[in-house]
Design a protein around this ligand. Structure first.
Ligand SMILES: Cc1cc2nc3c(=O)[nH]c(=O)nc-3n(C[C@H](O)[C@H](O)[C@H](O)COP(=O)(O)O)c2cc1C
Length: 200
């Protein structure tokens, strides 16, 4: 790697109404950190100017939200609308993007949330990184403890019963979110190193 390349900076920009999605955010953070990234966890419903600056300076932004009514939460949508200030100036262009969500039902229309994240990333001309895992738990010998047990491709998807606490977020879903964090950090590292090499 060129001496000019820095450790990739990954921000996790998320909302969690009742704490379940926050568990996944922490898992993405852990995975990205394990892969060598500097990671910032940012609650989008409390975001301040310094955190907006952290997002602007990040190599990758991972979007996270519970699925409410088949899409991201209202708080996340408020944040997404506020990113239009970045859109005007192409501030987030070519950053790596990815996403994760939790919902109460196994399917729960989580694709609506992940699809919204993909569109948001595309509007900013970011580069979407998918989950990169084959679906788990889909043969007679498979198990609910498989990575990507819910079989989503666009991002990390989790399911937690709505009457269960944050301690019951499924271990396989946490491991799947950790995988996404590692994958995002690895992609960001390649891009950071490539830019440094081109600039050298
Ligand atoms: C307003 C609202 C809408 C919801 N809509 C859905 C939904 O469309 N699909 C689903 O499976 N669960 C739905 N749920 C359940 C949430 O997805 C679940 O409680 C949430 O993911 C928990 O994550 P959190 O603790 O991070 O908020 C909804 C919950 C609320 C409060």
């Amino acid at each position: 790697m060129s001496a000019l390349a820095h450790a990739p900076v990954v921000s996790v920009a998320y909302h969690s109404g009742y704490g379940h999605t926050a568990v996944l955010a922490e898992a993405v953070r852990a995975g990205a950190a394990e892969a060598g990234a500097t990671v910032h966890l940012i609650k989008v419903d409390e975001i301040d100017d310094a955190q907006w600056a952290l997002l602007d300076a990040s190599d990758a932004i991972v979007f996270g939200s519970p699925t409410y009514m088949g899409t991201a939460s209202g708080a996340f949508h408020t944040f997404a609308e506020a990113t239009s200030k970045r859109w005007f100036g192409d501030v987030w262009q070519d950053k790596v993007a990815a996403g994760f969500t939790n919902s109460g039902s196994k399917n729960g229309d989580k694709s609506g949330t992940l699809g919204f994240f993909q569109t948001l990333a595309a509007q900013h001309a970011m580069s979407w990184v998918n989950l990169g895992l084959k679906p788990g738990w889909n043969t007679s010998t498979a198990s609910e403890h498989d990575l990507n047990r819910l079989g989503f491709s666009a991002g990390a998807a989790a399911q937690t019963h709505t009457d269960h606490g944050v301690e019951d977020v499924h271990k396989a879903d946490i491991a799947t979110a950790e995988h996404l964090g590692r994958r995002v950090a690895q992609h960001a590292r390649v891009i950071v190193a490539g830019r440094a090499a081109l600039a050298a």
